[in-house]
Design a protein around this ligand. Structure first.
Ligand SMILES: Nc1nc2c(ncn2[C@@H]2O[C@H](COP(=O)(O)OP(=O)(O)OP(=O)(O)O)[C@@H](O)[C@H]2O)c(=O)[nH]1
Ligand SMILES: [Mg+2]
Length: 325
């Protein structure tokens, strides 16, 4: 089937050929797409143009990545976790171990220059991990600052074989220089202009011979204030505990909603902050549910299974709720 393209299409194509900047190129390609009639004869052309747009934006993003002042990574999944730490501690190796991402990993420091994102599956949810350049480097002020500031949780990674307590302190210091401090339960501690963030400490390389002393020092120093985990990203030690630890540190719960008379879908839970109520769950299913909801029936956190509860009932991880509207 012939494509039968209108003359305006060829004008836009000419603009594309003359365009110098990626933005102008993309604009022309978008115009070509908009003008192009949609039928079987243009399917291939349509796909070609889409591919071209994707390629140009990807190249442009790579080019701008190191020069942009502010950068923010869109959250996906149940929560966003920034992997932060000194050079060479294994941040990228960890990302590669628990997600499908394939970041650059090397035995020399300052390998990572811009962030890489990966999704980590924990049971029935996905948690977004963001690998960042090392905190001590020149890319840190731009990247780490913006990413750590917005993340739901900061995972501080250290190398257990090399003075891990000192590494944690150095990382805290770098974060504090950016105005990011650990969240405390003390409501009084709200120093002006500082961003409080939940934090978790991960000791990596526990496969190395001299890692066990570092591990016990790390635990005794920090476990009263932070979750402290011990892993080997290369050997895979402790990764299942790590996933659960990250989930728990995020302070979120999974709730399964269902309609009366149907079975709950246990594979795709609604994710709420800890302390979330029936009202919050109903809202996240559908905005209108909140005002329409008469009552809910809960299996899990109720006094007994199948208990009828009101909108303010606080839910627990794994609850099943049936929404009656
Ligand atoms: N023995 C051992 N080596 C590891 C482990 N994790 C990472 N490494 C090694 O440590 C080196 C640095 O790993 P990366 O993942 O690149 O470290 P990074 O923290 O991302 O480094 P930068 O990007 O420079 O900040 C590599 O040679 C890895 O193979 C581990 O669990 N055990
Ligand atoms: Mg790296």
């Amino acid at each position: 089937m012939p494509a039968n393209l209108p003359p305006q299409y060829f004008d836009a194509e000419k603009q594309f050929r003359m365009a110098k900047s990626p933005e102008a190129k993309i604009e022309a390609l978008e115009a070509m797409l908009a003008i192009m009639p949609k039928h079987k004869g243009t399917d291939k052309l349509h796909a070609d143009l889409r591919r071209k747009i994707a390629k140009i934006s990807e190249e442009a993003e790579k080019k701008y990545a190191t020069s942009r002042i502010s950068f923010h990574i869109r959250k996906e999944g149940a929560g966003q976790v920034a992997l932060v730490g000194l050079p060479n501690v294994g941040k990228s190796q960890l990302l590669a171990a628990v997600t499908e991402a394939s970041p650059d990993i090397a035995e020399y420091p300052f390998t990572t220059r811009a962030p890489t994102i990966g999704m980590m599956r924990f049971e029935n949810i996905q948690i977004q991990l963001v690998d960042t350049p090392p905190v001590a480097g020149r890319d840190a002020r731009t990247w780490v600052n913006n990413i750590a500031r917005n993340a739901d949780l900061i995972a501080i990674i250290v190398d257990l074989s090399n003075q891990p307590v000192e590494q944690v302190e150095a990382t805290f210091q770098e974060l504090e220089n950016m105005g990011i401090v650990p969240a405390t339960n003390d409501a009084q501690d709200t120093t002006l202009g500082r961003r409080q963030r939940k934090m978790l400490i991960i000791g990596n390389k526990n496969d190395l011979e001299n890692s066990s002393i570092g591990q016990s020092r790390l635990k005794s120093q920090y476990s009263a204030r932070f979750p402290v985990m011990s892993i080997s990203a290369t050997e895979g030690n402790g990764l299942e505990d790590l996933k659960r630890g990250v989930f728990e540190a995020l302070d979120i719960i999974r709730v399964h909603t269902k309609n009366p008379g149907t079975k709950p879908d246990l594979t795709d839970p609604v994710v709420l902050n800890r302390g979330g109520t029936v009202k919050n769950a109903a809202e996240s299913v559908h905005k209108e549910f909140r005002s329409k909801l008469k009552y809910a029936v809960v299996w899990g956190s109720g006094k007994f299974d199948g208990q009828r509860v009101g909108q303010d009932h606080i839910l627990q991880d794994g609850d099943i709720i049936e929404l009656h509207i």
